[in-house]
Design a protein around this ligand. Structure first.
Ligand code: ZN
Length: 277
């Protein structure tokens, strides 16, 4: 239970994938009706849409478009694959610019069988190739470290320390770190590395959910805050002590919740936000 008294939802943000059954149009209406103030849009929700219009509609409904999910997936077995990845990330910058999203979340990628160190080098090179265009568009890039269980295919960046190291290496003021409790809660260096991110003004975003026991699906069985073993209020406290005052983003992939009434689920999210975040 969080000791803080929260009186409003001004910092509550929802990822469109959290309510996967809803299209962007339906999500816009339903989030607004539920009093959401922030939204992170996943790129699939923009397929076939006028992206500028999607952003305008979200803002007209009272929400801030906080980030676009997701860029990244830089490593590849050959140069053509790595070039295609950079091109896709440049496209993501165009999309974020059209949408009016100031941040792109990077799920950095990995190639099965390729040494992780090599993948991390390719990730740094890939980000470096996108930085100028992102800066010109006024868009920040946030490296989201993923839990090590995804090190084979989804990300060779598995700790916040590795993300901070890449930021140090590239030294760009619009490159930073995204902290997702699901990926990082187990890390004994989490607090000290959050402090390090804060000192260098790199704390760009904060994603919350919970880790269920037993986890039945390593991708799509995330829990609502308070439903698992992650001390979300403690990590939030570390974030805020390090200077973070942005949105608390609820990002839940869950077959269980996607099968339920999404309007009810949104109410469950609000309750969990107040009680367990
Ligand atoms: Zn996340």
């Amino acid at each position: 239970m969080c000791a803080r008294q929260l009186t409003d939802f001004s910092r509550l943000c929802v990822h469109t994938i959290t309510t996967k059954p809803w299209s962007i149009e339906e999500a816009t209406d339903r989030y607004a009706a539920a009093g959401m103030k922030g939204v992170t849009v996943w790129r699939q929700w923009l397929d076939g849409r006028d992206i500028v219009k999607v952003g305008l509609n979200l803002r007209a409904a009272g929400m801030e478009v906080f980030s676009l999910c997701r860029g990244g997936f830089f490593p590849a077995a050959d140069a053509a694959g790595r070039r295609a990845a950079v091109d896709d990330n440049l496209k993501a910058v165009d999309e974020a610019e059209a949408l009016g999203a100031p941040l792109i979340v990077l799920v950095c990628g990995a190639v099965p069988g390729q040494p992780l160190e090599e993948s991390r080098n390719q990730i740094a090179d890939g980000i470096a190739a996108v930085l100028d265009r992102a800066e010109q568009a006024g868009i920040k890039l946030g490296i989201e470290p993923l839990h090590p269980m995804y090190a084979d295919t989804r990300s060779a960046v598995n700790t916040i320390r590795q993300a901070n190291d890449i930021c140090d290496r590239l030294g760009a003021p619009h490159l930073g770190v995204v902290v997702d409790v699901y990926h990082l809660w187990w890390d004994p260096a989490l607090n000290s590395e959050i402090e390090r991110s804060g000192r260098t003004r790199r704390l760009l975003a904060f994603h919350v959910c919970d880790w269920r026991t037993p986890t039945e699906d390593l991708l799509n069985d995330r829990g609502l805050m308070g439903e698992g073993c992650i001390n979300v209020p403690q990590i939030r406290g570390w974030m805020e002590a390090a200077g973070f005052d942005g949105f608390i983003e609820v990002e839940i992939f869950s077959h269980r919740y996607w099968a339920k009434d999404q309007t009810m689920f949104l109410e469950n999210i609000k309750e969990a936000y107040l009680k367990h975040t």
